[in-house]
Design a protein around this ligand. Structure first.
Ligand SMILES: C[S@@+](CC[C@H](N)C(=O)[O-])C[C@H]1O[C@@H](n2cnc3c(N)ncnc32)[C@H](O)[C@@H]1O
Length: 258
């Protein structure tokens, strides 16, 4: 990290040896629910590079505000948090411990990869960072008494306007019990974004104003599952047309309209 930016980070070499002992020569998933500076990830990367095991790691960390911690800290602990704030400010990152965790995992991964010895390890130091939040689905349940005329327009979209297509896709993956570590690629078809999950297993277009071009392009690729937004179709006719395109071009595909 280039400076002391976390108070009391644990020893990653000791942890790495401990994980090796506990895993007993088998791969596995190591989970740390109090991730802090992310030492567990570096320890797992080192374990994999050393032994050739392929392990996954799950870190959970609160986005604790460093500025609050700074106010409460004294002495050298204060200097450490100041270093952390400077590091994240220089990188234009939010000033939270969770950002430090991500940064450490990225830098430790690159470092372990750079000095790895020949082993069977797949060298995968990539990771995804998720934030626990409320559902992406807009709350549309209401009663006539509680609804003003001008509110009706806001009840059309089934998803919260501030949520991205990727947010919606990952909720759909979780709902479908699919592996959130699988590949996700984004491509453009006409004026639309198509999200490709797991090399074409699931294709999603979560844009508005869906047109025939993108529906046909997705159907032609015969995904196992295709996902669209209900509010993406201008009207029922367009939605029915899309279903008919799939019936013709990809009859085995499961088409989900969220
Ligand atoms: C003692 S530190 C962990 C240090 C870590 N082992 C390391 O080597 O850097 C504990 C961390 O757990 C986080 N934490 C505390 N309660 C938590 C919770 N309920 N969920 C997630 N993280 C939490 C704190 O923000 C703190 O960063």
């Amino acid at each position: 990290m280039g400076a002391q930016v976390f108070n009391n980070p644990k020893d990653h070499e000791v942890l790495s040896r401990l994980f090796e002992y506990v895993l007993g020569g088998k791969g596995g998933i190591v989970m740390d629910f109090f991730a802090g500076s992310g030492t567990t990830a570096e320890a797992v990367f080192e374990l994999c590079a050393r032994t050739g095991l392929n392990c996954s790691v799950i870190l959970v960390q609160l986005p604790e505000l460093l500025e609050d911690n700074f106010k409460a800290a004294t002495g050298s602990a204060k200097t450490t948090i100041q270093n952390a704030i400077k590091l994240l400010e220089d990188l234009d990152k939010p000033l939270t411990i969770a950002e430090l965790t991500k940064l450490r995992v990225q830098r430790a991964g690159a470092q372990v990869l750079a000095k790895r010895q020949a082993s069977d390890w797949n060298g995968d130091v990539g990771f995804r960072a998720f934030t626990v939040d409320t559902t992406n689905k807009a709350i549309v349940e209401t009663s006539p008494e509680a609804t003003e005329q001008q509110q009706l327009a806001g009840l059309i979209d089934t998803f919260k306007s501030e949520r991205s297509s990727i947010d919606i896709l990952f909720e759909a993956l979780l709902d479908s019990g699919l592996d959130v570590t699988s590949s996700v690629a984004s491509e453009t078809v006409g004026k639309h974004e198509v999200l490709d999950f797991d090399d074409g297993f699931m294709l999603a277009c979560l844009d508005d104003e869906i047109d025939d071009e993108v529906v046909r392009a997705i159907a032609m690729r015969k995904p196992a599952t295709a996902i669209f937004k209900d509010s993406g179709f201008g009207n029922d006719d367009e939605r029915i047309n899309a279903m008919q395109v799939f019936a013709l071009l990809a009859p085995d595909a499961v088409v989900k309209v969220l």
